[in-house]
Ligand binder design. Structure first.
Ligand code: FAD
Length: 283
């Protein structure tokens, strides 16, 4: 459990971080270190240089900008979970963030680190997909914005290039009357999700639009669009139609088999948790 030797550089701006990534042979950004350091201790990652972005002020703010909520990549989970602007603008993000790990993880781990790491077992990637987040990425050729639908490429691979920095994440403000619920199934409290389901619903009496995000149902977070389409127009109190719509939640997914659950059980959980998330959001 001892990492390979590495150099350490602390930067104070995004430009410095991009420059440091470009100069080193095999560099990785260090944010909260709660995913990277365990990988390094297991020697599954052995970067030659760590570029510490923990004190980059321009990545540590939370603000609203027009109809978007913008969260700096280096903001910790704890800050997101307890920030008044986040609670007002998009309570679902604060709620989901509160379910991440334990207080120690939430005090060190960062919003951008969790998303740039791209672990489909993490709670924020599926949230980003369901809510339609956008990612601001800076590299040697400037800044670009990537929608969540294109951000998660494969297992632990995102649209952030090796010489790029995820600077901030922009989330749509939730329209008045939007209802949401996140169901996270864990083996023990404060653990990773075996499967999670976020439902975000608009409409009174009947469902106008449902957006669903599934955690840990493949190598990337999943949006079961078949369920979303089947829920459109369904009466909020029609439990049978809601249950029928959620039956296809696992279609097209490729959930992993591991010590906690096999793929068939995860598929079952996806159906049950999606139904519970939709029903609880509407309740
Ligand atoms: P780091 O570990 O520092 O970095 C992770 C990766 O992202 C590295 O490759 C790094 O180079 C890259 N990176 C970091 N920041 C940026 C950036 N701004 N731009 C580009 N690349 C960047 N997560 C959950 O979602 N749910 C849980 O229940 C949960 N439980 C946990 C329990 C434990 C015991 C632990 C140790 C972790 C848990 N996590 C969980 C993970 C936690 O959320 C991590 O904080 C998160 O995955 C990584 O964030 P970090 O800031 O620590 O990133």
């Amino acid at each position: 459990m001892i990492p390979a030797e590495f150099d350490y550089v602390r930067v104070s701006s995004v430009a410095e971080a991009v420059q440091a990534l470009g100069e080193a042979e095999d560099a990785k950004l260090l944010a909260g270190g709660h995913s990277l350091l365990p990988l390094m201790k297991l020697r599954l990652a052995y970067p030659e240089t760590l570029v510490d972005i923990g004190r980059v002020e321009e990545m540590r703010g939370i603000r609203t900008e027009g109809d978007r909520l913008v969260i700096g990549a280096a903001v910790t989970h704890h800050q997101v979970a307890h920030d008044e602007t986040v609670a007002q603008a998009c309570g679902a993000i604060a709620h989901v963030t509160k379910t991440i790990g334990d207080p120690q993880v939430r005090h060190r781990g960062t919003h951008g680190g969790a998303l740039a790491h791209g672990d489909a077992a993490g709670d924020l990637p599926a949230t980003a997909l369901a809510l339609g987040a956008e990612f601001t990425i800076e590299g040697p050729s400037g800044r670009r914005t990537v929608p969540a639908s294109e951000f998660f490429v494969d297992y632990l691979i995102t649209a952030v290039g090796e010489d790029e920095v995820l600077v901030e994440v922009s989330w749509p403000l939730l329209a008045a009357g939007t209802r949401w619920n996140y169901q996270k199934f864990t083996r023990v409290k404060q653990d990773w999700a075996i499967v999670g389901a976020l439902a975000v619903i608009t409409g009174n009496g009947s469902i106008d639009q449902a957006r669903i995000g599934l955690t840990h149902m493949g190598t990337v977070p999943v949006r079961p669009t078949g369920v979303e389409e089947a829920l459109s127009g369904v009466a909020a109190d029609d439990a049978g139609a809601i249950a029928a719509a959620c039956e296809s939640a696992a279609e097209g997914t490729s959930p992993p088999d591991d010590l906690n659950a096999d793929a068939a059980f995860r598929a079952h959980l996806a159906r049950v948790l999606t139904r519970r998330a939709v029903t609880s959001a509407l309740a």
